[in-house]
Design a protein around this ligand. Structure first.
Ligand SMILES: C[S@@+](CC[C@H](N)C(=O)[O-])C[C@H]1O[C@@H](n2cnc3c(N)ncnc32)[C@H](O)[C@@H]1O
Length: 323
């Protein structure tokens, strides 16, 4: 209150010592990957009583060729996200915030490097990095459908057909058909992706080359797995509106299945992961991660009548959205 001396915050000795230790840890965390002992302390490896180190579930994901529901190695993702391209783009964030852009706002990545990830400009800038980005995307995307198939059976029960929108090389669709052979699956992706898939991969899954902003092949359900976080809210509404046109009414079993992060659905270190994933979308794309309110708003704007968070799976969630 005005006129009264402001109460000065005085931490206890315990708080002070904890704060100092935490500050050192945050400041020096760039050294963590540089020593086995540090990696073990951070939980990347497990230390044994014999003074050796062994793999744990986290480091197992860094073993080349490791297979869990298909290729599970996340090495490419780590190498891409820790590359100088990502770090320099993140360092450019402060300048990017202060700039006035004419027209479409580029991501900090585009602003710093003059190229956008997954676009032709990246191939021209650095073909090796472009390949690493694609490998990282595949590693990121391939992990995750197994738990959905095992833990969300109700999503697929009674489902006759599904379009995997932005379904990449069809890894997810093939896993769905293998687990639920009665489902007719179609994959929609850009011509440049489909050109590499077709015709070799034609089989139980149908592949369609197209643009999800224009038309989505009709099915009882449309799947958007790790697609919407790449796009702005405005673009998400456009994509979802196309998906809505592709599915029948709710009472005929029509639905859109969204698999993405719901910010705030978890706590502790996993919440920190969600927030870092939000930051990385800000740095390298024009998209973002969303909390439940954000999701709800774009579903309403796209004309859907309701939604249900079916399951939280790690940092991500599975949402059913009803026409
Ligand atoms: C992050 S990946 C997700 C891949 C896949 N859903 C998965 O989880 O394995 C996004 C996908 O959307 C595709 N995509 C991007 N823009 C698209 C568009 N306009 N029309 C169709 N697909 C598009 C990309 O080629 C890419 O395969």
């Amino acid at each position: 209150m005005a006129g009264q001396a402001e109460k000065v915050f005085v931490p206890t000795d315990t708080e002070l010592l904890q704060a100092q230790s935490d500050l050192w840890r945050h400041t020096l965390c760039y050294l963590t990957p540089m020593a086995l002992r540090q990696l073990a302390t951070a939980g990347v490896f497990s230390a044994t009583d014999a003074g050796t180190y062994r793999l744990n579930p986290l480091s197992y994901l860094l073993v080349d060729g490791v297979r869990i529901d298909g290729d599970a190695s996340q090495t490419a993702l780590v190498r891409a996200a820790a590359s100088r391209y990502y770090v320099e783009a993140a360092m450019g964030l402060a300048d990017w915030f202060r700039k006035d852009f004419d027209g479409a706002v580029p991501s900090p990545f585009e602003d710093v490097h003059g190229a956008a990830i997954f676009e032709e400009s990246m191939v021209l800038l650095d073909p090796e990095m472009d390949q690493l980005l694609h490998d990282a995307l595949a590693a990121h995307d391939h992990m995750g459908i197994g738990p959905v198939l095992r833990q969300c059976r109700e999503l697929f029960d009674g489902l006759e057909s599904l379009t995997d929108c932005g379904g990449g090389d069809g890894t997810t669709a093939r896993s769905i058909v293998e687990a639920y052979p009665h489902i007719t699956c179609t994959v929609l992706d850009l011509p440049k992706v489909m050109d590499k898939v077709l015709p070799a991969e034609e089989g139980a899954v149908k592949y369609v080359s197209g643009d999800l902003f224009h038309v989505v092949p009709p099915a009882q359900a449309v799947l958007l797995k790790l697609v919407l976080h790449f796009w702005s809210d405005e673009d998400c509404v456009k994509i979802l509106a196309q998906c809505k046109k592709a599915v029948p009414p709710r009472d005929a079993g029509g639905k859109v299945i969204v698999i993405d992060i719901v910010l705030g659905s978890v706590s502790g270190p996993m919440l920190e992961t969600q927030h870092l994933m939000d930051m990385v979308m800000l740095v390298v794309t024009r998209g973002r991660q969303r909390d439940e309110k954000d999701w709800s708003e774009i579903f309403v704007k796209a004309g859907f009548s309701g939604y249900k968070i079916v399951k939280k799976l790690g940092a991500r969630a599975v949402i059913e959205v009803y026409p």
